[in-house]
Write a protein that binds this ligand. Sequence first.
Ligand code: DX5
Ligand code: ZN
Length: 222
Amino acid sequence: MAHLIAPSLLAADFAHLARDVKMVEQSEADWHHIDVMDGTFVPNISYGMPVIAAIGRHATKPLDVHLMIEQPSRYIQTFSDLNASILTVHVEACVHLHRVLSAIREAGMKAGVALNPHTPLNAIEEVLDNLDLVCIMSVNPGFGGQKFIPTTIDKVKRLDAMRQASGHPFMIEVDGGVGRSNASALVSAGADVLVAGSSVFKAENPESEVAFLKGAGTVLAQ
Ligand code: DX5
Ligand code: ZN
């Protein structure tokens, strides 16, 4: 399967949000990546429900919602009502991860788990049957525009091996500092979804940047 591109709207111009959502819609991108931050789990606060509802009014592509918040179980129904297709919670923010993942699926969404750079893969070993996506953070979450942590590539390879050994068909997403310099290596390592904020929205031509990232890895894969 060709890999997917999920532009992160955190890097969009919020004063022209409809325009930027439309760009993603017209581009070869697959999902809208939506970063929700609470100022506690991460030091930053991004945007919340009214903004996501507004994005939803201009989006037809799936909403890939990444919750960087404490106790995400409080808001599962809310994000289902906001039409999220994928709801990703942080393993570090969930005392009862199995229960949270089950509740996300019961609410009709795909269940994702994100791992901070320091979190080992074995933190999710017992729930591989309960998730649809694993998001490997390639920066410490909280801000866009940070530098990619190179050891992520090996972590993706190890997760891909874990996936094959387990037989569970979850997707592998990589989030943070993704762009031209690492996209092909990530796809070759086993990534299925590349989240890209600054590299897309700060590009001179965001749409062709999406097309470039969408084509990344195809030469290597042949
Ligand atoms: C980081 C967020 C990312 C961020 C990516 O906390 O989860 O989704 O927006 O932005 P870039 O691609 O600029 O690192
Ligand atoms: Zn994100």
